[in-house]
Design a protein around this ligand. Structure first.
Ligand code: FAD
Length: 488
């Protein structure tokens, strides 16, 4: 619908004022959907910058992503937005080869095996698999081929499914590093049907888990051409900048340094209590309020619950949100030119302090050029139920720990004088969508929120983590709110 199509609707849209709380990707996309049809939109962002978990930092002149660095091509939604915003020519594929696995008990670091699904191998005797799980692990995994598929029935827990069919070595050495790196979660807590749709059904059809992985891989090959994830030349921060410019062109009022602290509702209208955090010289943040016909809450889970709790019943218990830290290092280290660990490293849980490392200048060609001979690596700390080891450290100590972890994970001795600059970013990740029970929990929250007219909630804690989930969900929710305001 555009304002040109119906003068009456356009007039009705112009009478609406939607306040969007939170300027991460969910809030930016939802604000755009409302502004598109001519609604007045005000977006409040507590911090001084837009983007939320899409965050950039400058290390000695090199601008680099210190939050999300790529997007999944699944569904095509992110790519469509990128194209709409005129960034299509800047889309790039990652390079640098596959990731490596470090911290394998009694074995050398090794590339992650090819052709696996969430670390589950299609063939346990394949050389690159056997190198990691050993002959003992390979023979144990082979039992999967001999057991009837229904021995374990339909198993929701990925860890239990893999453990019972292919043994502890496949679960702990191959699957756990992937679930820790991707979902910050233990494989036992991961919902097979969400993380690997179709796997249980393929297992029943073909009779073994490894066979099911092979079958799904073959089917995927036929269907999805190209990379599973893509990036942007210049980094994902460009998506935020393009959205900011687009929103400004639509006339959206963007208020950074402004936190929503309260939501009140009377006679069908909302009052959003706000405090301005950027009033220089003020002893206490200045409090004021905005009135609105519609509100879209687009923050992380704790502030969202605080705001909507008085109005929405049946929200259930809050989800655990892993606190993670990313320490990015700019290094003078020609020994990394050969990308000794491909595009990065996952660790076997418990083997290292860091959970993963990305060799960013090996992974992104544009960054390699921007870094002009130097190297950038991101070291990730923290996982589900386990605080980041850097959390209690000051910045210098966190950088030193990241440097020693990078040395260990890249298999190259990196010394302190080689460290040119470091940046540390703290993130509270939404509860991973692939956890058992997360789908039902999110559906219940959605149902509860939908019952309140003029209210919508978007973002990773309700949509699932990742841009490929947050963006289409924000479009759909903004559309629902829009329709309610225009036709109710
Ligand atoms: C380190 C890291 C790496 C990631 N990498 C990828 C990746 O490569 N690809 C991918 O697809 N996904 C990735 N993700 C996930 C993805 O970034 C997130 O799922 C997504 O960006 C979340 O967006 P959001 O809008 O839900 O929330 P957020 O990005 O958290 O934004 C919420 C915003 O609300 C603001 N806010 C909070 N409270 C208030 C308030 N009271 N008033 C006003 N504003 C408020 C916050 O300041 C913040 O800006 C990554 C996440 C992290 C943490």
């Amino acid at each position: 619908m555009t304002s040109e199509h119906s003068p009456e609707l356009a007039a009705r849209a112009a009478q609406q004022h939607v306040v969007v709380i939170g300027g991460g990707i969910g809030g930016l996309v939802a604000a755009r959907e409302c502004a598109k049809v001519g609604m007045r939109v005000t977006l409040l962002e507590a911090s001084e910058t837009l983007g939320g978990s899409i965050r950039t930092a400058e290390l000695d002149g090199v601008v680099v992503d210190v939050g999300a660095e790529s997007f999944a091509t699944r569904g095509g939604h992110v790519r469509a937005l990128v194209d709409e915003l005129g960034l299509g020519d800047s889309v790039v594929s990652p390079q640098g080869g596959g990731a490596w696995l470090c911290g394998i008990p009694d074995a050398e670091d090794a590339p992650l095996p090819a052709g696996s699904l969430l670390g589950i191998p299609a063939n346990p005797f394949q050389d690159d698999v056997r190198r990691i799980i050993g002959w003992r692990g390979a023979w144990r995994a082979y039992i999967d081929r001999l057991r009837p598929p229904l021995t374990v029935g339909h198993e929701r827990s990925l860890g239990r499914l893999v453990g019972s069919r292919m043994g502890a070595r496949v679960r702990d050495r191959l699957v756990a590093p992937v679930t820790a790196g991707v979902y910050s979660a233990d494989p036992d807590d991961v919902d097979t049907d969400v993380a690997a749709p179709g796997l249980n059904a393929a297992l029943t059809r073909i009779g073994s888990l490894s066979g099911a992985v092979g079958l799904l891989a073959a089917e995927r090959k036929g269907k999805v051409p190209g990379a599973a994830v893509l990036g942007l030349v210049g980094g994902m921060g460009r998506l935020v900048e393009a959205l900011r410019a687009d929103l400004a062109a639509y006339g959206v009022e963007l208020r950074t340094g402004t936190r929503a602290i309260r939501l009140d509702r009377e006679a069908g209208r909302w009052t959003v209590g706000i405090e301005s955090l950027s009033d220089e010289g003020a002893d206490a943040p200045a409090e004021t309020s905005l009135t609105a016909t519609g509100v879209i809450v687009a923050t992380a889970e704790p502030p969202a619950r605080h705001l909507i709790d008085p109005h929405v019943s049946g929200l259930g218990d809050p989800g655990a949100a892993p606190a993670i830290e990313i320490v990015t290092l700019l290094l003078d280290a020609p020994e990394l030119d050969a990308a000794p660990r491909g595009s990065g490293v996952l660790t076997v849980p418990g083997s290292h302090t860091a959970k993963a490392l990305t060799h960013s200048t090996a992974k992104w060609g544009w960054l390699r050029e921007a870094a002009a001979g130097r190297h950038l690596v991101r070291v990730s700390f923290g996982s589900q139920g386990e605080p980041a080891a850097t959390a209690a450290l000051d910045d210098a100590a966190a950088a030193a720990l990241a440097l020693s972890e990078a040395s260990a994970l890249l298999g190259v001795a990196l010394r302190e004088p080689q460290l040119l600059a470091a940046h540390r970013a703290r993130h509270v990740q939404a509860q991973p969508s692939s956890l058992i029970g997360a789908t039902e929990r999110r559906a219940a929250i959605r149902t509860a929120v939908t019952a309140i007219s003029g209210l919508a909630v978007v973002g990773a804690w309700v949509a699932g983590t990742g841009l490929a989930q947050v963006i289409p969900d924000a479009v759909a929710e903004a559309d629902r709110l829009r329709a309610g305001l225009l036709w109710d």
